[in-house]
Design a protein around this ligand. Structure first.
Ligand code: SF4
Ligand code: SF4
Length: 283
C-alpha cells in the first residue's frame, strides 16, 4: 500500500510564549458550535482541548520557563479507541483520531483510557470530547488548524506528510514524541522537548583574590570518567550545561590560567541545579 500523507502537529517548545491564542482559537471554533458528524459543541467551561502546561527550571537569577501545549496526540495505537465500543472512537486514514458523538454517547469510561489526559466529559451532551484536529475544516480544504493558524510565533505547525517524509523531518529537526514510553505512537511531535524533560546545571566562577568574574575559565563536566561537555565561562563568569538527565551525578572541573584547578561532585536536581559561586584560588 502506498505511503499516504497524514496530518501531524509539530510543536516547538522554545517558541511557545504561553499567549493562549491557540487555546482561544479552539474555544472560538468549538464552543457553541456543533460540527456533526465530527463533534458536538464544546461546553463553556472545563474543557482544555489545547491545554498549555508550564514548567520552571533553576532559580533566580538563573531560571527559565517552558510551556508545553498538549492537545490530543492523535496516536497511531490509541488506547481511547481500543477501550471504546465498536466505532465510537476511530482512526482515520489521514491520521486523525475522532470520537463519534453519537456512538460514544453515554460512554464515560472513554475518559479514563487516554494516558495523556486529553479527553473531557461533556455533561450536557453526555459524551467524551477532545481535539478533533479541526477535521471538519481540513475536510473542506483547510491546510491549517485553527490553533496553528493563530500561533504568532510559529510554535505550532501542521504538517501533511507520508511516514517516510515525517521520519526525515524527525531526524533533520530533532523532533520527539512526548512520553513515547506510553507506547501509543503519537502523531504530535515536539522540538526542543529538553526544555520540558531535561535539566540544566549552571553557576558562576569568580577569581577569589580579586573578586572579578572569571571570564574564559574552562568548565568541564564528566560522568563516570567520560567527558560529557565543556564550556567557557562568559564575561560574567557564568556557565551552563543543558539537556542533562534529572537526578544524575557528575564531576565538575574548573580551570583558569594562574589559578588552582577546582573539582566538585554535583547532582542535577529534577528542576535543575544552580550552584553557589565557585571561587578560584591563586596558584
Ligand atoms: S498560540 Fe503558539 S505561542 Fe501562543 S500559547 Fe499557543 S503554541 Fe504557544
Ligand atoms: S492522546 Fe489520548 S485521546 Fe488522543 S488519540 Fe492518544 S489516547 Fe486517544
Amino acid at each position: 500500500m502506498a505511503d499516504s500523507k497524514k496530518w501531524h502537529l509539530v510543536i516547538d517548545i522554545a517558541r511557545c510564549s504561553d499567549c493562549n491564542n491557540c487555546f482561544l482559537a479552539d474555544k472560538d471554533e468549538f464552543v457553541g458550535n456543533d460540527w456533526l458528524p465530527y463533534s458536538v459543541a464544546q461546553p463553556w467551561n472545563g474543557h482544555r482541548w489545547m491545554n498549555i502546561e508550564r514548567r520552571e527550571r533553576g532559580h533566580f537569577p538563573k531560571v527559565d520557563a517552558a510551556h508545553l501545549p498538549l492537545p490530543c496526540m492523535h496516536c497511531d495505537d490509541p488506547p481511547c479507541a481500543a477501550n471504546a465500543p465498536e466505532g465510537a472512537v476511530y482512526k482515520r486514514a489521514d491520521g486523525l483520531v475522532l470520537i463519534d458523538p453519537v456512538k460514544a454517547k453515554g460512554h464515560r469510561e472513554i475518559l479514563d483510557s487516554c494516558p495523556y489526559g486529553a479527553i473531557y466529559w461533556n455533561e450536557e451532551a453526555q459524551v467524551a470530547q477532545k481535539c478533533t484536529g479541526c477535521a471538519h475544516l481540513l475536510d473542506e480544504g483547510w491546510t491549517q488548524t485553527r490553533c496553528s493558524q493563530v500561533c504568532p510565533t510559529e510554535a505550532l505547525k501542521l504538517v501533511l506528510a507520508t511516514d517516510a517524509e515525517m521520519a526525515d523531518l524527525v531526524r533533520s529537526d530533532g523532533l520527539e514524541p512526548y512520553r513515547p514510553e506510553l507506547g501509543t505512537r503519537p502523531r504530535v511531535y515536539y522540538k526542543n522537548l529538553y526544555r520540558w524533560t531535561k535539566a540544566f546545571l549552571a553557576g558562576s566562577v569568580v577569581y577569589g583574590d580579586s573578586g572579578e568574574c572569571a571570564k574564559g575559565a574552562k568548565v568541564t563536566l564528566t560522568q563516570n570518567g567520560q567527558r560529557v561537555a565543556e564550556v567557557t565561562a562568559n564575561e560574567f563568569g557564568d556557565f551552563k550545561f543543558d539537556c542533562l538527565e534529572p537526578g544524575s551525578d557528575y564531576t565538575l572541573q574548573v580551570e583558569a590560567a594562574g589559578y588552582k584547578s577546582m573539582e566538585r561532585t554535583v547532582s542535577v536536581a529534577e528542576e535543575s541545579t544552580v550552584l553557589p559561586d565557585l571561587f578560584l584560588e591563586r596558584r
